[in-house]
Design a protein around this ligand. Sequence first.
Ligand code: PMP
Length: 281
Amino acid sequence: NYVWRKGNLIERSNAEVSLEDRGYYFGDGVYEVVRLYNGICFQLEEHYKRFVRSTEEIDIPIPFDLLQFEDMINSLSEKNNVSDGYIYIQITRGEQERNHLYERGLDPVVTAFAKEAPIPFEKQKNGVALYALEDIRWLRCDIKTINLLGNVMAKRKAEDNACDEALQHRGTTVTEGSSTNIFIVKDGAVITHPANELILNGITRLFIQELAEKHQVPFLEKTFSVEEASNADEMFISSTTMEITPVVRIEGSFQADYSIGPVTKQLQEAFSEAVRPHQKS
Ligand code: PMP
């Protein structure tokens, strides 16, 4: 098992990070997760762009270009023999004696690993339950920071209530899951929270938007309330690892039940066709 650390592929057991890493003290860093289908990185450029954007937003200098990003991903997947799975990449600001005030010119610490991961076909077929709760996160959820305390608390709460994922709402506005974007379907149209500072603009979300346009499914980026969510015809979530997964039940601060409807199924099929062209789902 080989991991990436500061420009080198090394044995996982030899990979150490410093106690003075600002990621460790402050969660001062950002990350990306890219999916590999058949050893090939899906939506590589979009992930790179989002990675660069996140680093820029928190003033970390990006240490590599798209080609180097691609090389890192390919060498990790090849060396570890991962063909269907994902690569996790994170960058922290660097090492410095603990101080809220960061210095400029630190050497950023890039670490990455590869992991084989099956597609969650079962959940994609039968749907999942969400636990609805207040979104207590900060106001820059568009930055893919490793500082994920609100998200991890929401996820734990969901699991403790026998749900697969959280549905976070800020006041009455539904924002997103703990690690997924959320979509409702109403009268044939797909509706999802606008890509502003209150959600992470998922790469899968962007791809679903393209698919919807290609298949003439109306796609609206607008906020929707918990009430609209409970009255929706269908609901689904998306992420790099979940792809498109239907929601069949909501518990927590509000309750709802959904059946897996035609729009969700159509988008799931279009998604499968795009990433698994030779396999009938
Ligand atoms: N929202 C949050 C908070 C997430 O952590 C993720 C997954 N990283 C997503 C949405 C989905 O993004 P993507 O489709 O790029 O995986």
